[in-house]
Write a protein that binds this ligand. Structure first.
Ligand SMILES: C[S@@+](CC[C@H](N)C(=O)[O-])C[C@H]1O[C@@H](n2cnc3c(N)ncnc32)[C@H](O)[C@@H]1O
Length: 375
């Protein structure tokens, strides 16, 4: 690994050292407990409300019928059943029909809720994360029928605290954002001209907020904050102001527009998986970079059961499941695995410099990584 990785690694450790009482050795068990509550909650919902309760084998489509799923959300029934099957909570026959679904009782669900809350605390997530998980489980029927959207879950009463809890107030986000800030500091320290930075899918600015302080003593030509949604741009404009910050709508599902001049850094935090074809996105990003410029990704490398009651609803398009044209084609996978992210970066002509957390670090159990590659 490069000296840059060493410094980024050290910065990540600084990030987590500020969180007292965290027992990282128990991170894998805590992740399991977060996942388990959601899996049991979905199993309970399907057991109570669908024909799977009866024991015979059924297609996911019949389960979607029983749930009254809106057309665009029907695929989610199959997505959930596949996850329940992987967790051994339902059987599946050779024809892909599901049967013998486990129906958890009250005591099992209550115990899972208690363990989830302990796991949340162990991982440094604020109370809002627990509330989000419980609220989403309670509202599954309304979510499936498309009567409420996932925004209502993430922004109850229009407040960003829940989204902040998911994207910022936890161990892994602090670690990764601190390491990302160190990468930017390194870049700024060696810059020979004012920096040109583009952030894709910047959303609530959870990563932006940790990057901007690095730039206070550095000449910056522009930091272009972009997102698909005007809602986030308005909020960010109020929060971060202007100066070198600029704001624009940008959809990575379409070709990226050429930016003025060559870029020193492209940031994409928990958003590049939204590209229909990740390799194609990274090729376009690489083409926007100046020689020596970097792309900084924060990405998830595992399908988290814990987000099964929120993420799929955010991903449904008007016509159903999201369009995937890369290694995820033909599946309902959202994320690439670590090796797939690395090969997509290398395949776009970029050289990977930072890949954190390191193998063996207990933080790997959280399945989110910082990947930095240079042109
Ligand atoms: C999980 S959030 C992460 C937000 C932010 N990067 C952070 O760390 O707080 C994903 C963001 O990607 C944006 N997004 C989703 N699809 C997109 C697309 N096709 N083009 C641009 N942004 C997109 C969403 O609006 C959302 O703000």
């Amino acid at each position: 690994m490069s000296p840059l990785t060493d410094r980024a690694d050290a910065a990540g450790r600084t990030g987590i050292s500020g969180i007292s009482g965290i027992d990282l050795a128990s991170a894998a068990a805590a992740v399991h407990d977060l996942d388990r509550l959601v899996l049991l909650g979905i199993a309970s919902e399907l057991h109570r409300r669908t024909r799977l309760r009866e024991g015979a084998a059924h297609e996911p489509g019949a389960v979607a019928d029983d749930l009254g799923a809106a057309p665009r959300h029907r695929w989610i029934a199959g997505h959930w059943l596949a996850a329940l099957h992987e967790a051994r909570l339902t059987g599946r026959d050779a024809d892909g029909r599901y049967h013998r679904l486990h129906g958890p009782g009250r005591a099992e669900l209550a115990a899972a809720r208690t363990r989830m809350q302990a796991a949340r605390v162990a991982l440094g997530y604020p109370a809002e994360l627990g509330e989000l998980m419980l609220r989403s489980l309670r509202l599954l029927p309304e979510l499936l029928r498309d009567e409420i959207g996932v925004q209502a879950l993430l922004y109850p009463d229009g407040e960003p605290a829940t989204a902040e809890a998911v994207y910022r107030g936890n161990v892994i986000s602090r670690y990764l954002n601190a390491a990302a800030a160190q990468v930017l500091a390194d870049l700024a320290g060696r810059a020979t001209r004012p920096l040109r930075i583009l952030e894709l899918g910047a959303g609530i600015g959870a990563t932006t907020a940790d990057l901007l302080p690095v730039l206070t003593a550095t000449p910056v030509e522009f930091y272009l904050f972009t997102d698909l949604s005007p809602f986030f741009l308005d909020t960010a404009r109020r929060r971060f102001g202007t100066g070198f910050l600029r704001y624009a709508l940008l959809d990575i599902a379409r070709d990226l527009p050429r930016q003025p001049g060559e870029l020193d850094l492209v940031v994409a935090a928990t958003m590049a998986h939204n590209a229909p074809h990740v390799g194609r996105l990274l090729e376009q990003v690489a083409a926007l970079l100046a020689p020596g410029g970097r792309v900084l990704l924060i990405e998830t490398v595992r399908e988290h059961p814990q987000s099964l009651t929120s993420m799929p609803f955010a991903l449904s398009t008007r016509d159903g499941p999201p369009r995937r044209l890369d290694c995820r084609a033909g599946t309902t996978r959202t994320y690439l695995r670590r090796e797939e992210w690395l090969s997509a970066l290398e395949g776009s002509g970029l050289r990977v410099e930072v890949d954190l957390p390191r193998p063996g670090d207990p933080l790997t159990a959280l399945s989110q990584r910082l990947l930095v590659a240079t042109r």
